[in-house]
Design a protein around this ligand. Structure first.
Ligand SMILES: Nc1ncnc2c1ncn2[C@@H]1O[C@H](COP(=O)(O)OP(=O)(O)OP(=O)(O)O)[C@@H](O)[C@H]1O
Ligand SMILES: [Mg+2]
Length: 234
C-alpha cells in the first residue's frame, strides 16, 4: 500500500527526518511512536504531499507520489487527519463532513451513512456546530471527514491528544474496525501503549531517525520501548 524509502525531509535548510523507511501493507494498522519533535508529523505531511522531501521515495499503491501536489495525493486515496483536527468550528458537523475530500465512488449519502454508523454520536449532533462538540467528538468528526473521501490510506496524527483514556480507547476501537473493513491506517502517537495495542506493526522514531521497528507485540515488550515510552523503570 505505502512504501517510504530513505525519506529525508525538513523545513528550509533544516533537515528533521533522515533516512526513514516505513512500509504499510493493505489492511494493516501501523504506528510511528516518538516523543515531541521526533518528526512524526513531518513524515505524515510528506506522505500527504504537503512537504517536498529532499531525498528518498514514497510509493503509494505502486505509484511514485513524491512531487505530486497534496490534492492529487488525496485524489489517489490518501486522507490526512491532521494534528489539532483543523475543523471548521462555526460550521455544523454535517457541513464539516460535506467538506471531506471528494473522490469518484459512492454517493455522498452512502458515505455519510457509513460515517454515522461508525460514529453514531456524529449523527445525533449533525446540526450542531463543531465548536460545541467535546474533544472526543471533534476527533471523531476529523476522522469522519477524512473517511468521506473513502480513502485507501488514512494518516492519523495523534488522535489521542487531550482526550480521556476511555475516549481514546473508543476511537482506537473504531480504527481497528476500519482495519477489518480494509481501511489501512498509518498512525502517529505519543501514547505508545494504546497505539501499540491496536497496531499490527510499529516504528520508533527518535530525533528524525527510526531506531526500532517490529511487530506491535514485540515492541510492547521491548525494554527500550518500555523505559522510554511506557513509563516502566529501567
Ligand atoms: N514549519 C516548521 N518550520 C521549521 N521547523 C519545523 C516546522 N515544523 C516542525 N519543525 C521542526 O521539525 C521537527 C519535527 O517536528 P514534527 O512536528 O514533525 O514533530 P512531531 O514528532 O510531530 O512532534 P509532536 O509530537 O510534538 O507533534 C521539530 O524539531 C520541529 O521544531
Ligand atoms: Mg506532531
Amino acid at each position: 500500500m505505502l512504501t517510504v524509502e530513505r525519506l529525508e525531509v525538513g523545513y528550509g535548510k533544516a533537515t528533521v527526518v533522515w533516512d526513514v523507511s516505513v512500509r504499510v501493507e493493505a489492511g494493516e494498522i501501523v504506528t510511528i511512536i516518538g516523543a515531541n519533535g521526533a518528526g512524526k508529523t513531518t513524515i505524515l505531511r510528506a506522505v500527504a504531499g504537503l512537504l517536498r522531501p529532499t531525498g528518498g521515495r514514497i510509493a503509494f499503491r505502486g505509484r511514485e507520489i513524491v512531487g505530486l501536489a497534496a490534492p492529487v495525493v488525496a485524489t489517489l486515496g490518501v486522507a490526512l487527519v491532521p494534528e489539532g483536527r483543523e475543523l471548521f468550528p462555526h460550521m455544523t458537523v454535517y457541513e464539516n463532513l460535506r467538506l471531506g475530500g471528494r473522490r469518484a465512488g459512492r454517493s455522498v449519502a452512502a458515505r455519510l451513512e457509513r460515517v454515522y454508523t461508525l460514529f453514531p454520536r456524529l449523527a445525533e449532533r449533525a446540526r450542531q456546530l463543531a465548536v460545541t462538540l467535546s474533544g472526543g467528538e471533534q476527533q471523531m468528526l476529523a476522522i469522519g471527514r477524512a473517511l468521506m473521501s473513502e480513502p485507501h490510506l488514512v494518516l492519523l496524527d495523534e488522535p489521542s491528544t487531550g482526550l480521556a483514556p476511555l475516549v481514546v480507547e473508543h476511537l482506537f476501537q473504531v480504527v481497528r474496525q476500519l482495519g477489518a473493513e480494509g481501511v489501512t491506517t498509518l498512525l502517529v502517537e505519543q501514547n505508545a501503549h494504546l497505539a501499540l495495542e491496536v497496531s499490527d506493526r510499529a516504528y520508533v522514531l527518535e530525533r528524525g531517525r527510526v531506531i526500532l521497528e517490529g511487530s506491535a507485540a514485540t515492541l510492547l515488550h521491548h525494554p527500550q520501548v518500555q523505559t522510554a515510552y511506557l513509563g516502566h523503570e529501567a
